[in-house]
Design a binder for this molecule. Structure first.
Ligand SMILES: NC(=O)c1ccc[n+]([C@@H]2O[C@H](COP(=O)([O-])OP(=O)(O)OC[C@H]3O[C@@H](n4cnc5c(N)ncnc54)[C@H](O)[C@@H]3O)[C@@H](O)[C@H]2O)c1
Length: 351
């Protein structure tokens, strides 16, 4: 049995990862640690104990707290750590950057430090999940490669870039066995409804206009969460120590294209429902420091890891829109309290 620690797996990508990997790797046992912030939801991990028994465990721990992290890493030896835990929403980082520094920078260093102190330096691989946002913005042409200089624009991306630097420094200074993946925008089930795709679906179902920043021409590279997680697994199993791998599926879309596709898919799925009205797009003031374009060159992951995304955007979006329709109870429970306050602050209206 391989023992694996996964941080932040009550969130979107981590919970999809744990669900997938417990099925794909029957010789792995996984301990999930998560602070259960506003973005962490135990429901995302429901059924795993029943399905996998002792191969799945959960402990509540805050990576900002040294004592929490040490408690987890002191008494058990792990073959690998997958570090997903983070404050992840760019808009929130603009309203309040400090939590991003505490969790993404200090929290990551806390983990690295505990691995260095209590684990076997050569035998515990530390897989750090990062983002293409650390590279800053592209113009109309070009792609991010692993050697593109880090040039983050938002407090979120600055905190992720900083944590990447610490991970690299722990490899160079202490020979920790680290691998970093930098992935583009993910979509799929279980994504917190503040993020673009579930946010738009929710508003459309409530008959509200769909707010699009600026002129809607900002381009992002999109990948289905299962493809990202398969790439993460490959990087863990085949990546070289100290290396960085960009993960993307060569799927550039601007925000208008995304919102239009959501409207199309929803309209098709809801055509029998008389209460459904085709939503309107409302252009709103652009986000400060809004990067124009991100585009990943995944050639290194393709050639060195055999990474090959399997989900087409059309099919992935179809399944995703359907999932949010069929799991309305999941996201309606989330839309309350703290989340509503945040949306009100951001958009000055009911979210
Ligand atoms: N969502 C994307 O499109 C995307 C793209 C590339 C990389 N990433 C990276 O992937 C990772 C996961 O992203 P996500 O979209 O699933 O995020 P998410 O916000 O859905 O989940 C984050 C999880 O981390 C937990 N967490 C936050 N602070 C914590 C703390 N102090 N201690 C312990 N747990 C804490 C939360 O409770 C939550 O369960 C992040 O590192 C993010 O930077 C995300």
């Amino acid at each position: 049995m391989k023992k694996i620690l996964v941080t932040g797996a009550a969130g979107f990508i981590g919970s999809n990862f744990v669900r997938r990997v417990l099925d794909l790797r029957p010789d792995w046992e996984i301990l999930v640690v998560d602070a259960l912030t506003y973005a962490g939801n135990l429901e995302n991990l429901s059924g795993l104990k029943e399905k996998h028994g002792a191969r799945y465990r959960f402990e509540r721990a805050d990576i900002r707290k040294t004592e929490d992290v040490e408690k987890v890493l002191r008494d058990e030896k792990f073959d690998g750590v997958f570090h997903f835990a983070a404050e992840s929403h760019v808009d929130r980082s603009i309203l309040g950057p400090l939590t991003f520094v505490e969790t993404n920078v200090l929290g990551t260093v806390n983990l690295l430090e505990a691995v260095r102190k209590y684990q076997d330096i050569a035998g515990t691989r530390f897989l750090h999940i990062s983002t293409d946002e650390v590279y800053g913005a592209l113009g109309k042409d070009g792609f991010f490669t692993e050697t593109t200089p880090l040039n983050p624009s938002s407090p979120y991306s600055a905190s992720k870039a900083s944590s990447d630097m610490f991970v690299l420094a722990y490899h160079r200074t202490y020979r920790l066995d680290t691998v970093i993946t930098r992935c583009c925008n993910n979509y799929g089930p279980l994504q917190f409804p503040e993020k673009l795709i579930p946010f738009m679906i929710k508003r459309a179902l409530y008959g509200e206009p769909l707010p699009v920043y600026g002129d809607g021409k900002n381009v992002r590279d999109w990948i289905h969460v299962d493809d990202h997680n398969d790439g993460t697994l490959l990087a863990f199993e085949k990546g070289k120590p100290g290396e960085v791998y960009n993960l993307g599926s060569r799927c550039e879309k601007n925000n208008i294209e995304i919102v239009t596709l959501i409207i199309e898919k929803l309209s098709a799925l809801m055509r029998e429902r008389e209460d459904f009205r085709t939503p309107e797009i409302a252009f709103v003031k652009d986000r400060p420091g809004h990067d124009f374009r991100y585009a990943i060159d995944p050639a290194k992951a393709e050639s060195e890891l055999g990474f090959s995304p399997a989900v087409s955007f059309e099919d992935g979006m179809e399944r995703t829109v359907r999932w949010y329709l069929e799991n309305r109870g999941w996201w309606e429970k989330i839309i309350s309290g703290e989340y509503m306050e945040f949306v009100k602050k951001l958009y000055g209206e009911k979210g």
